[in-house]
Ligand binder design. Sequence first.
Ligand SMILES: Cc1ncc(COP(=O)(O)O)c(C=O)c1O
Length: 404
Amino acid sequence: MVKVNDNYLKLQGSYLFSNIAKKVNGYVEAHPEAKIVRLGIGDVTQPIAPEIINTLHEAVDEMGNADTFKGYAPDLGYEFLRNAISDYDYKKRGCSIDPDEIFVSDGAKCDCGNIQEIFSVENRIAVCDPVYPVYVDSNVMAGRAGDYDKSTEKYSSVIYMPCKEENGFMPEFPTEVPDLIYLCFPNNPTGAVMTKDKLQEWVDYANKNGSIILYDSAYEAFISEDNVPHSIFECEGARTCAIEFRSFSKTAGFTGLRLGYTVIPKDLVVDGVKLWDLWARRHGTKYNGAPYIIQKAGATIYTPEGRKQIEQQIAYYMENAKYIYNGLKEAGYSVSGGVNAPYIWLKTPDNMTSWEFFDYLLEKANVVGTPGSGFGPSGEHFFRLTAFGSRENTIEAVDRIKNL
Ligand SMILES: Cc1ncc(COP(=O)(O)O)c(C=O)c1O
């Protein structure tokens, strides 16, 4: 008899953003005249930069010509892209990452969801709380998370590292040593960042204890301060304890085009097995590569004109972040994030729960944000706003909140 993977039955509720969509749709049905401003889901709103569009057109034309047509991409991704990534994202920052240590993919979500497959189901994972839900849910599906306890809102086998106001939204070393440690900085949802010294302490901890850090650096392009590392490989010893995920989604507006990459150093060895070998095998077996057209478009961000244009876009979003941060502060809210990240993390007023504040903002200001509790129990009484809206909508939303 067929049996389902009953680990899936342990997943909690539907995905956070479908709950939000349901609530917003219900409100819009009841109030069709309402002009809703959405600063909830972290999708970008600016169109793809013109230089990238030019490359896309050229690459499409290449596909229509027998001499330049491309079929399946090489397993790790095209060399022109991996060379550019290795030079620009790593060597330029003093990190020695070879093009062959870079696996190009269609985005960071798949990679950070799939990476757990190359580890034993017996490994203990540690996550920040609040957290980007993919890390936990992919481990629940694999049967690594244990059972869900409704009263604590936690899985029994997961080590949670609370990131609260008291600790500056930074994880502390857990009392039980985890095997796999998920870290994401600049952080989604809190917008917090780790200094290089602090990240070095985590690298030292991992090397000392034989743990692996799975480092999600999807928002590195938004870093504005000097003492904040863009890559975990800026830390000494990271090549023997870390895997890094990057995404073109927020850096260059590729949420709809899809491109990302994962870095696995060849020195990363567990029990005599190179993790690079396992991921290469997985990648080759279950994945057939990001399209040539998209990889070509992605390489444009490493050209001077492409870089200039995406930097302008990032600056635009970070102006939004500043407007939200300052506006809410003026309105008396306690806010953080927004300086090195496109997320603003605010404390709900009057001890409202995150969902109470969601309803309040939706009904009184017609503004949509994301309840912090949707990212984990320590996110309760917090709320996330994103800087990815248009300038006009951002200003409108902040003004409405100020006038409440
Ligand atoms: C922390 C984090 N990692 C990964 C992703 C997904 O990136 P991609 O669009 O490349 O799949 C997101 C997207 O919201 C994210 O917030």
